[in-house]
Design a protein around this ligand. Sequence first.
Ligand code: NAG
Ligand code: NAG
Ligand code: NAG
Ligand code: NAG
Ligand code: NAG
Length: 489
Amino acid sequence: MGAPESQPQIRNYIPGQIVYIPNPELVPLYPTPLWPRPLFGFFIRLVTLVFVCWVTIKVIIPAALRVSIPWSRIDKDYDTHMVLPSDVKVNDCAGWETREEGWYNIIATTSLQLPVDSERLFFLRDGRVMDGSFTVVQGDSISDKIDVEVILTAKNDGLVDGTQVCFLSRETGGHGVGILAEYPRHWNNGVSVGIVVTLPQSPHGKLALKTFESHLPFIRQSLTLDDNVTFQKLDISGEFSTIAAEGIFADQVMLKTTNAAISGSIEASESLSISTTNAKISGKFTSPKSLDINTSNGPISGRFWSSDFISLSTENAHIDADVDLFHDGVSDEKVTTLKIRTTNGAIDGTINTTSLLPTGLGGSFNISAITTNGKNTLKFPTISPRANLSLTASTQAAAIAVELDEAYEGDFNVQTSRWEKVDVVVWRNPRVSDPEGRGRQRHVDLMRGGGGGGGERGAGRVWWGEGDGGKGKGKVDVRTSYGRATLVV
Ligand SMILES: *[C@@H]1O[C@H](CO)[C@@H](O)[C@H](O)[C@H]1NC(C)=O
Ligand SMILES: *[C@@H]1O[C@H](CO)[C@@H](O)[C@H](O)[C@H]1NC(C)=O
Ligand SMILES: *[C@@H]1O[C@H](CO)[C@@H](O)[C@H](O)[C@H]1NC(C)=O
Ligand SMILES: *[C@@H]1O[C@H](CO)[C@@H](O)[C@H](O)[C@H]1NC(C)=O
Ligand SMILES: *[C@@H]1O[C@H](CO)[C@@H](O)[C@H](O)[C@H]1NC(C)=O
């Protein structure tokens, strides 16, 4: 076997702190078994376990219980207040066009049309609580009208008569549809509504809509559009009801519900904001500007793309994210930012930082990934050479492992608490070659510092080339306590 083409040059080598990997494919990130450990470490683990159990009992289980819908209470709440905003006016109502008696139900239908060029299209419900579905699709025919079809399923004629489908308008303009239910209160009435909105084709390629809004608590909402519709502003909201939005292109997107999952594939040129509680958010989300994802007691998973700002935030659940960050490679004031936050859950991130300059060099990135009581694993398959990358990664009472692309240059600091181990892994990979193709060698300068409380710590600097000139701008800080800390440079 020949010598590797480019071995990293290592100064201040401290036995036990640097792990050479002759064959990186074969070596796991956590090389030593978790057992046996010193008794104190075991004790800390026990305390953590008790704490996690306590959180489960006091926080997660009650939260999960809240997810089951307290219909009687909700019905009462909604009985006393109307949800229609004060600037909304109710205009003509469409009567039920068909009414069929089924085995147990009456099925009534009606339909109406909205102008496709409206400044603001909106869908609301008011009065008694009902469940159901709201579906937006695009039809095949070219038209300047949007078809809205409403199907009501109810146990008796009184319930059908008590439910109206009306045109709405607002003081500031716009065209809306409202489902207004005014039958006597009794949730077991079992009224369910299905609303299907069919958008037309445009004669000029993509159909361009302005503002499109819905506020439909308790009604499942789904938009399935493949690439042929654009919105200026899409604002979909619910409560206790899921939202699925597939194939969406818009300037601004807001999806908001509570106690129910949100999923989708969305590209928003200006801003994309998704929030729920006690449920999962998943999908593929792109915004060159701001991308804000927020839930609690439910995981976040998916693929995220931005050249400005991404925030992924939850509690008591894991985050599993594939992230592509871009930067113009020039302005150091405008930093591309990624914030990943959770508690009591793992973070599993794959993050690329790419410069949009034709040379592929540079870029400013500020990345933080912070959790507690969960493993924090971050991989950076691609870091643009000469990037100004600032990374803060931490957890507590769990392992942390960060693997940087070899193009990374800059400072690093890795630390954990007493009796745990820090590994700074220098990736002695025979294939490591200068990312800028200038035949330079990779240098690692490792300095040991006394970590706080005598904890284990590894700190140093990594760069390509001779001398100090190319030491790079990056800053990587990796921390845990009561767990192993690993950094691969
Ligand atoms: C998209 O729009 C074009 C032009 O109007 C049309 O030919 C095509 O069928 C549409 N595609 C879909 C999936 O609706
Ligand atoms: C997420 O939403 C909660 C509740 O609305 C809010 O308190 C919190 O600040 C939000 N977090 C982020 C990071 O936006
Ligand atoms: C990151 O870059 C790698 C290639 O370097 C690519 O395979 C991967 O799809 C990119 N994106 C993510 C999120 O990993
Ligand atoms: C990165 O962002 C955090 C806030 O999330 C801020 O406190 C910190 O100063 C930023 N770091 C850099 C280098 O811009
Ligand atoms: C790196 O970016 C930070 C902002 O995140 C900035 O304060 C700092 O000056 C930049 N460093 C260099 C060397 O460009």
